[in-house]
Design a protein around this ligand. Sequence first.
Ligand SMILES: [Fe+2]
Length: 445
Amino acid sequence: MKFNSMLKKFQNYNIPEENKPEFQRELIESNYIRSRNLSFLLFFIFIILLFTDYMKYRQGLWQENGGYRFLLYSHFFYVLLLFLLYGYLFVRRSYSQALTLQLKQHFVLTFSFIILLGASFTTIADQLIHGEITIYVLCIWLFAIINYQKPLSNLGMYAICHIVFLIGITFTQSSPAALSANYFNGTVLVILAVFVSRILFIAKVNDFNSKKTIEIQKSELEKKNLELSVANAELHDSLLALDESQNIIFSLTLALESKDTNTHGHSERVAQYAMAIAKHLNLNQKDMVDLWRAAILHDIGKIGIPDAILNKPSALTEEEWVIVKSHPHRGEVICSKLKFAHEILPIIRYHHERYDGKGYPDGLQGNDIPFLARIVSVADTVDAITSPRTYRPMSRTMEQAVEELKINSGTQFDPLLVEAFEKVYLANELNTISEALGDLYDIKS
Ligand SMILES: [Fe+2]
């Protein structure tokens, strides 16, 4: 039981089930190429060795030591087996056209046996001549390094050849001291070779697994990249569409201002003042963009109000006021159809609310009024005061506008924003509005 679990542990290598066929294929292919090349090299080496064996025969060494004859047999055994192996491969190939994976595996296994068994036989001959096991050691280590077999298959192959080796040298080595040294050295070196071949095999497994992991990560990355480029293309299309709808709505604003003599350039100036306040308060970029859009569009609802009312030089009647006061709601309805304007609907709707709750359309009070709507309210009033109107040809100065704001601070306007606007004005930051506007156009685009 313990031996079984040891064997299992020895054989164990960790490759996911779905990758095993691919690993097996790669293993056989690489083993095949190395085995085939080495077999050609050995084939020619043994042909030369056969020639030297013949020379030894001519020198009369065969009579002195029977080992030389046995050496020739073992070299001949090598060449013959390799020849048979090539012949087998050639015949199979002529039937199946291509070398199948199974055929390559047969070649690798048979060649491995030929090397190891050949090494055992040569060493048996060597015992008669000089008593060394050098060829055996060279071959088992060569095999350990060039051939990646599963650890248990390797163990089996080494075991068979080592038994041949042990039995062979027992019969051919007459010196007990040399025999025990060869037993010991041969066995230790074969055990080491088994472990080295196992370590190399596990390294091969790890290489394969890392390669697979990289392949998986690469394909995931490629998939993500593809998704990203699709998303990018969609985003680009939406941005184009957004830009188009923005352009349409901003053109509408211009159209509105051109029909209302009172408000020429009004929305741009409101946007300038609002941005100056926003910059002073260090608002974030998203709020700046929303504020700018809302400031430009805040009076878009006036597009549905008759020119006669908008441009009326005298005071409005009760009914006319009701119509004028509907423009925040109308603006909200118009912009609700535009995806890009969803965020700014409350600003458009509430830009005429008052801090004390006496504004319209809903009479919101204090902090219930959206913060950006309170900014538009201040900016809107500043421009109304400082621009000429049909009913009031002379406009007032910015200083007067600030005074007006201060008078109405806490009633009509948020005191914090009145204070902010005054600071902006005193710091002469209203004159740098063109610079602020430059930034805004950047944001817009
Ligand atoms: Fe308005």
